[in-house]
Design a protein around this ligand. Structure first.
Ligand code: BGC
Length: 461
């Protein structure tokens, strides 16, 4: 055997080892169908008054019974928080088909995400005050839609009790409290701005509302970004916890909180030992199991752990562990995007990411393997998202439904929307057609539109 032959043989063996390590993440359509069907059971448990208590998919009531109908008018504020960035929007609805929007973006310091809740709400109120002064709105009677992208137990449109933090937040003194009250207290502490009315909603609910403003067939929304979740329009007769009375409207948006799917063991048939490790190392172990398999906050970590296994098996990077590869959360989904955006054969971006991971001279083969791993993990994410989305498409049961989608993974990850769409087509019933619409800024716009549907009369001149 020549030296070249030995190299080829080693290469083939390495590839086999990498593929073997990735195999548990490559899932058949039968398994995706099973996920779709188990998710339907979980939705039913969440909606049923006898099983809601123990359900992992809580199907929270949103009290959003009316979708915007285009008659809303006026200026409304929205505050949208759900990750390290948050946004304040001023939206002027004047009857045209486009909203006039002023937006300001803010970054939330890490210390605020994990410090006392009082500091978080003071920070939000301070930014809101600066925004109001900048736009000279001090004298206007303004209503505000507050998008709070965490699990909220609502008893009305203007009350939302935080059930638990997700996505790395852990501010003290907020869980089990009404978030609107905490925000109002912070506004009152400042005494320099005045907000008339506040409605609170989840980001998926906002995305659905903003999509419904444009397309009357919109009945489902999905966020796939740092975290994941879905909302959809359910018939109130199926929402057993809703005591709507005779005047209740026939439908209400349900905030599924689908990120928590699997926290009762119902996804164990598809979880891998690496998924279990990701969960065990997280700040909220045992919760948000589905989110930890598919959302942006965790995809890089799954890839890092696979890479580590490949290194330990001697199939990559000469079997050498770098300091960085041993460090949890050192690989970001943004890196994965860059790797997958690169044509096979051109490894310059991939090499840069290897360098960030502590490897100066990876081989072309290492680069190809890493691209393969990223592809397996992002594809599983898109397909798992499609499986639960198929449940909702089938449940809504309209011949044609529009699905509003937002979130950085969907927006920025190469080919993610295509992969999701294709698998959704395979998994939804063939008689139900759908269209996925990117709802950029949907959660903020939706918040302002919700405030508009509720307070339009009071706020219109
Ligand atoms: C939160 C949801 C949110 C989703 C997307 C999850 O972690 O629990 O409330 O809708 O992230 O932002």
């Amino acid at each position: 055997m020549t030296e070249e032959d030995t190299k080829d043989k080693d290469s083939q063996i390495n590839r086999c080892v990498v593929e073997d390590i990735c195999k548990p993440f490559i899932v058949s359509d039968d398994v995706y169908r099973q996920i779709r069907d188990v998710f339907l059971n979980e939705i039913k448990k969440g909606l049923c008054k006898y099983t809601n208590e123990s359900a992992s998919v809580k199907c929270y009531l949103t009290f959003v019974e009316k979708l915007p109908n285009g008659c809303e008018r006026g200026k409304f504020l929205a505050l949208d928080i759900g990750g390290t960035n948050f946004r304040i929007l001023l939206i002027n609805i004047d009857g045209g088909r486009d909203l006039k929007i002023e937006v300001a973006n803010y970054e939330l310091p890490e210390s605020v995400m994990t410090g006392p809740g009082r500091d978080l709400f003071d920070f939000l109120a301070e930014c809101l005050s600066a925004f109001i002064y900048k736009h000279e709105l001090q004298k206007e009677e303004l209503s505000l839609g507050f998008t709070f992208a965490f699990p909220l137990k609502k008893t009305d449109l203007n009350k939302g009790i935080l059930v638990t933090w997700t996505k790395g937040f852990s501010c003290s003194g907020v869980v089990n409290h009404d978030v609107v009250d905490l925000f109002k207290e912070a506004i009152n502490r400042r005494d320099d701005i005045h907000i008339n009315n506040i409605v609170i909603l989840n980001d998926t609910t906002g995305t659905l509302i903003s999509c419904a403003w444009k397309y009357r067939e919109a009945k489902i929304s999905l966020i796939i970004g740092t975290g994941t979740n879905m909302s959809y329009l359910e018939k109130t007769k199926h929402i057993e916890l809703f005591k709507g009375g005779v005047n209740a409207s026939p439908t209400m948006i349900i905030n599924c909180e689908s990120g928590n799917f699997g926290s009762d063991g119902s996804l164990d048939f598809v979880r891998t030992p690496i998924d279990v490790t990701v969960d065990e190392n997280s700040v909220n172990a045992g919760q948000q199991i589905y989110e930890k398999m598919i959302s942006g906050m965790y995809l890089g970590e799954i890839v890092r752990l696979i890479l580590l296994e490949c290194v330990n098996a001697g199939a990559m990077l000469n079997g050498v562990q770098s300091e960085e590869i041993r460090t949890p959360m050192s690989l970001d989904v943004k890196h994965m995007s860059e790797i997958e955006a690169e044509e096979s054969g051109n490894n310059s971006a991939t090499r840069k990411i290897f360098e960030i991971m502590g490897y100066k001279r990876p081989s072309d083969e290492d680069c190809e393997h890493l691209r393969y791993i990223c592809n397996v993990i992002s594809t599983r994410s898109a397909h798992m998202a499609a499986a639960t989305l198929a449940t909702l498409v089938n449940r809504v049961g309209d011949p044609f439904v529009v699905i509003g989608v937002d979130g950085a993974v969907y927006r920025k990850y190469p080919n993610y929307p295509q992969r999701l769409r294709k698998k959704l087509k395979d998994l939804a019933r063939p008689e139900y057609h759908f269209c996925l619409k990117l709802a950029e800024d949907g959660s903020g716009r939706g918040a302002a539109l919700l405030a508009a549907t509720v307070f339009s009369k009071k706020s219109s001149p």
